[in-house]
Write a protein that binds this ligand. Structure first.
Ligand code: USQ
Length: 400
């Protein structure tokens, strides 16, 4: 299949390209390398020493015996997307090319407006380019479980049937996002659903939980360092469990925020790549907009801190947990019960052994301990949802 990955230089994009390349697919991708710049703006770096795209492309060819067709470009530039689609004629398009960080979007008005315009405009450009060039292609769009928020009822996969004043309909489940970033994904979902309805496009909107991990099940892992994906731990681009692992290897206490009973769906990186591939291999019908809730299991952030402590202590790290004042405005104790059947029905085999996964991450990160140590200040969270405090470095202009 000809598969186009938008955001191919990222945490998910790069391993997905490898996974698909190793399975004989023709892969093309684009990126503007903004993630590298944003992490630098946060005073941080990837714990894993990632290579330049030039080096990655050489390693890709050597490992998988085929080229990854790559172009640097901006998804806000309609003509760039249009020309690349015309050239490559994709059958599946995986859109991972958005700002992925809630805290980054909450820094100030500039970061908020940048996140919203970047994410929403990119998706609209992709939808229009699909309509013009490849209306039969399948858009796999990365959304987030955070679109739903934390309602006091079960969460279905996208839609639910509701009776109101004696009448019944199947409607999108209410979205109650918890950051400007999460709101962008809500807006994208509405725009994609509308494009499917009016133009007959087909799309899978992935409500993904929080991803963690350093590896996927693929050749090159551990053997060829040039194929490593990034691993962020700073307050904006490090997800909670990855941050815990980075904290554990440098002897920094793990940092559940507030009461620490916030629950989320979590999944290892290898499961995320497996699930995206399942979605690609099972496209929806023409005009169909469908939603997959993509996670392995629900945990509270305290349960996960305890798991990291257990595994860390077993390998001699002597891990402490120290709850921090919560910089976010969010429920710290709540009901959380989202469905996640669609991917299992299509053959998703979850990695249930989270502790083994954590052991692998910690062992991988121990090799790069000095890189985390060097940027450990970036672990400290001071982007607050109420906007009251921020370090002077965030006053710099948003990098574009
Ligand atoms: N948290 C802590 N301690 C930390 C960092 C975070 O307790 O050191 C808490 C947060 O307050 C939150 C939870 O952990 O309650 C998750 O935070 P996170 O930073 O891991 O994840 P989030 O901001 O929700 O965003 C991440 C990804 C985003 C994706 C989302 C999926 O960055 O791209 O959309 O996970 S979900 O959380 O299901 O919406």
């Amino acid at each position: 299949m000809r598969i186009f990955i938008l955001g191919v230089d990222g945490y998910l994009g790069w391993p997905l390209a490898r996974y698909l390349g190793a399975r004989g697919h023709e892969v093309a991708g684009c990126d503007l390398f903004l993630r590298r710049k944003w992490v630098e703006e946060m005073g941080s770096q990837s714990a894993t020493p990632i290579r330049t795209m030039e080096e990655r492309l050489v390693a890709f060819k050597e490992n998988f015996g085929r080229e990854l067709i790559f172009k640097e470009g901006d998804l806000r530039d309609y003509d760039f997307i249009l020309q690349f689609f015309k050239f490559f004629q994709p059958e599946a398009i995986v859109h991972l090319g958005e700002v992925p960080s809630a805290p980054y979007s909450m820094i100030d008005v500039h970061h908020c407006v940048f996140t919203q315009t970047n994410n929403i405009a990119s998706t609209l450009n992709i939808l229009y380019a699909m309509k013009e060039v490849c209306p039969q292609a399948h858009l796999v769009k990365l959304g987030t479980m955070g679109e739903y928020g934390t309602p006091n009822i079960d969460i279905p996969e996208g839609f639910f049937t509701i009776e109101y004043r004696g009448r019944t309909d199947t409607l999108p489940f209410p979205r109650q996002a918890g950051s400007w970033y999460h709101q962008t994904k809500v807006h994208d979902s509405h725009n994609i659903m509308f494009a499917c309805k009016i133009w007959g496009l087909r799309s899978t909107d992935i409500m993904q939980g929080v991803v963690f991990g350093t590896r996927i099940n693929e050749m090159g892992d551990g053997d060829d360092d040039r194929l490593l994906t990034r691993f962020d731990f700073d307050q904006c681009f490090g997800t909670v469990l990855n941050r815990y692992c980075a904290q554990a290897v440098i002897g920094h206490p793990l940092s559940p925020y507030g009461a620490g009973q916030q629950k989320r769906g979590f999944l290892p990186l290898r499961d995320s790549i497996q699930c995206l591939t399942i979605a690609i291999n099972n496209p929806p019908q023409e005009g169909e907009y469908r939603v997959f809730n993509q996670f392995e299991e629900v945990y509270s952030v305290t349960q996960l801190a305890q798991k990291v402590k257990k595994v860390g202590d077993e390998i001699g790290l002597n891990v402490d947990i120290s709850n921090l004042e919560n910089p976010r405005i969010e429920k710290e104790e709540h009901y959380y019960n989202p469905d996640h059947r669609h991917l299992l029905d299509l053959g998703y085999k979850p990695t249930h052994d989270v502790e083994q996964e954590l052991r692998t991450i910690l062992e991988d990160l121990l090799k790069y301990r000095s890189r985390i140590e060097e940027k450990k200040e970036a672990l400290i969270p001071d982007v607050r949802w109420d906007g009251t405090r921020r370090k002077s470095r965030f006053l710099t202009e948003v990098r574009r």
